[in-house]
Design a protein around this ligand. Structure first.
Ligand code: AMP
Ligand code: MG
Length: 711
């Protein structure tokens, strides 16, 4: 049984014969024997596998061990396929998955073999490290394999421990030091040798450089942080397009993620908010505030009348008893109208005891006045000589109090008061811009909204207007995805750039993507992510742009090949999102750009846009909650389920008189079916399952637009 201090080895036999009949294999028992007898009790042969002389199969099995297995495999040894025969391709296949070559191990093996036979020169071994695993190719003959392994076995524990990185310390729970000492390569005494300090820093920088900090021990191998520019990205998993269709992977090398895992990676690797100061005007609509906003001044800024009427002076009679009574007076009698106050900028007027001033709604109270009597409670008593003006007015008002019909300074908004919170969205209907305007706020700090570029890919795709009806040539397809996605992104309030259509040709695609990376924050491509030899998105992002693919396959229907990647861009043009190194000097500014490569089928493209791209756009724009809103709905009819994958079913959600939300399918859900999105306002989150879900069952619906009313 494995204990935490055992190193875990995996043996891969590369032999077309043994792959057909495993009983013919002698290498596995021979190597197991070496680990057991010569391994000082440090090894657990945790996994073995046999594949034919097929580069893709070799790579796939190694990647399973190095990138996807839940517990770390410390060492992979292959045996077979290292000679000069045409079918011998193991070193080439292994080289493709190696991040760092380890020529020392190769020398060690060859030197030992040459002691045994001059034919050792006929072996072409390679060795190296992928992620946290050491990989070594051994010859195919059981004897040769055994001798080569014996030659380096004593050193391998140390190599494996260092390759496993800093986090192996917790993984191996205190056993690392012991392993180092037992390997006999590190001094255990107080006098620390140079070798020790070197080894230590090496181990650390490895662990750090590959970004295992947060993931150590969990072994979700594909989680690679966008590497800093000085660290080359890990070996791509994608096909090398220059090798042609015969050498492509026949099964996707990308682990299949659940939708939730995929969303978690999008959340992790999408850059955060970039703040920007904007003037307060109507262009602010749609932005989320990056900071709290405080009132710049009092509203109203002066004591103002609430009604049309007469400003009066309510005598402050200190002699009267009772606080509440004392401030209330029956004001009656005839008073001279000594001034007029209109709601207009004007000079300050003064009112004395016994005088009144005609005043309009919103106008400033004359100094000395402390209440306003409504015009309804007054009678005109006399006119001026020229009959043009009021001379005297009779006031007939009971219980006039100091402050009646007066809006005090700052009674609506007090200067310095918190007006709008960070994270609030400026809407066109909620009056936010008006509130800011009223309170004298001239500039606010908002979260920039990412600019979205949409690119269609495919030799068959033509501009939809470029051919007359029935004028398509055989194989041509009108571009559906670009207009659809541009409009969807715009509908959600994002500025878009139309990146056009690009053919399936590596250099052209690379150039178009490079251009796009300079123009936009988020690139959405459609097509070219399936398993065909013209599916160039993944290889171009990984190999040509040096990007990091965070996932390339999702367990869902439609949308399985959905791909999410980030690419580092230096010195991006002004006006876009995502400066991740604001403190760094201008010459070294680097930006993270995200690329969503969506499947080509129109329904898949629109579903995956809503499911995956929208939450990323929301994150960059500072919006909460992110993505489509989710509501529980009842099915209005039976729904057939996909047996393996959860399905995002296009549907119409409506509400009846009973207030219950019901969902009805929009019909055929084939991912190529252009019309299946039409009229749908929701994606139903259907689980995978063998039996149909019955009418009345409750499922979650992701709302793309307003709920229909059946009333
Ligand atoms: P692909 O992922 O490139 O293999 O494309 C899958 C399917 O979607 C193919 O039938 C393509 O012709 C189709 N397709 C790809 N892009 C578009 C597009 N922009 N508009 C309409 N159909 C497309
Ligand atoms: Mg295509």
């Amino acid at each position: 049984m494995a204990t935490p201090t055992l190193l875990r080895a995996a043996v891969l036999v590369v032999s077309t014969t043994a792959s057909k009949d495993a009983s013919t294999d002698k290498a596995i028992p021979a190597l197991q024997d070496v680990f057991a007898t010569d391994g000082d009790g440090k090894w657990d042969v945790a996994s073995t596998s046999i594949v034919s002389d097929d580069a893709a199969a070799i790579r796939e099995q190694i990647l399973k061990w190095t990138d996807t297995d839940d517990s770390l495999i410390n060492l992979v040894v292959t045996t077979g396929g290292t000679g000069f025969a045409v079918s011998d391709i193991t070193p080439e296949a292994v080289s493709e998955v190696i991040d760092k070559p380890a020529p020392g191990l190769v020398h060690g093996m060859l030197a030992a073999s040459l002691q045994v036979t001059p034919f050792a020169v006929m072996s072409r071994p390679v060795a190296g490290v992928r992620k946290r695993t050491v990989i070594v190719t051994l010859p195919g003959s059981p004897k040769g394999a055994k001798e080569n392994l014996q030659a380096i076995l004593k050193m391998l524990p140390h190599a494996c421990v260092l390759a496993a990185g800093v986090d192996s310390r917790s993984l191996h729970a205190g056993g690392v030091k012991k392993l180092e000492q037992e390997a006999g390569v590190v001094g255990s005494t107080a006098g620390q040798s140079q070798g020790h300090s070197h080894n230590h820093s090496h181990g650390h920088s490895h662990g750090h450089g590959h970004g295992h900090g947060g993931h150590g021990g969990h072994g979700h191998g594909l989680v690679r942080h966008a590497p800093p520019a000085d660290v080359p990205p890990a070996t791509p998993l994608s096909n090398d397009p220059s090798l042609g269709p015969t050498r492509r992977n026949r099964a996707s090398p990308y682990p299949m993620l659940s939708v939730d895992e995929a969303l978690a990676r999008i959340d992790e690797f999408t850059p955060g908010v970039v703040e920007s100061e904007r003037p307060v005007n109507e262009d602010l609509v749609g932005y989320v505030l990056a900071r709290d906003i405080y009132a710049a001044e009092d509203v109203p800024a002066f004591r103002a009348s609430i009604v049309d009427g007469y400003a009066v002076v309510v005598p402050k009679d200190e002699d009267e008893k009772g606080v509440s009574e004392s401030s209330s007076k029956t004001l009656s009698g005839v008073f001279p109208v000594t001034s007029v106050s209109h709601a207009a900028p004007d000079e300050a007027k003064v009112l004395r005891d016994g005088e009144i001033a005609r005043i309009t709604t919103g106008a400033p109270l004359p100094a000395g006045a402390n209440a306003v009597v409504m015009v309804e409670n007054t009678v005109l008593h006399s006119l001026t000589e020229d009959n043009q003006e009021e001379k005297e007015v009779e006031i007939r008002a009971a219980n006039v109090r100091d402050g009646d019909n007066v809006r005090e300074i700052g009674s609506d908004v007090r200067k310095g008061q918190l007006l709008l919170h960070k994270g609030e969205r400026i809407t066109a209907v909620g009056g936010e811009v008006g509130l800011l305007a009223a309170a004298g706020v001239q500039h606010v700090t908002i979260c920039r909204r990412p600019i979205v570029g949409v690119l269609s890919t495919g030799n068959e795709i033509v501009e939809h207007t470029s051919r007359p009806p029935s004028g398509l040539r055989l194989g041509e397809v009108r571009d559906t995805n670009r207009p659809t996605l541009l409009l969807a992104a715009q509908e959600w309030g994002f500025d878009t750039v139309d990146l056009g259509i690009v053919v399936d040709q590596p250099q052209t695609l690379e150039q178009r993507l490079r251009d796009a990376l300079r123009q936009v924050d988020v690139i959405i491509t459609t097509g070219g992510v399936s398993m065909g030899e013209l599916d160039l998105l993944k290889p171009t992002i990984e190999r040509a742009l040096g990007g990091t693919i965070h996932f390339g396959r999702v367990a869902m229907k439609p949308g399985k090949p959905t791909t999410f990647a980030t690419v580092m861009v230096k010195e991006a043009s002004r006006g876009t999102q995502s400066d991740i190194s604001g403190s760094v000097s201008h010459s070294t500014r680097r930006f993270v750009r995200t690329i969503f490569s969506l499947p080509g089928n129109p329904a898949s493209a629109l579903v995956t846009f809503h499911l995956f791209v929208l939450p990323a756009l929301h994150k960059m724009a500072g919006e909460h909650p992110r993505g489509l809103p989710k509501v529980p709905v009842a099915l209005s009819h039976d729904f057939v389920l996909d047996k393996e994958r959860p399905e995002y079913h296009r549907a119409v959600v409506s509400v009846g008189a009973d207030g219950v939300l019901r969902a009805t399918s929009t019909g055929g859900q084939r991912s190529s079916k252009v019309g299946s999105m039409r009229g749908s306002n929701a994606l139903l989150c259907m689980p995978a399952g063998p039996e149909p879900l019955k009418a009345g069952a409750k499922v979650d619906a992701l709302l793309m637009s307003n709920i229909r009313s059946e009333l």
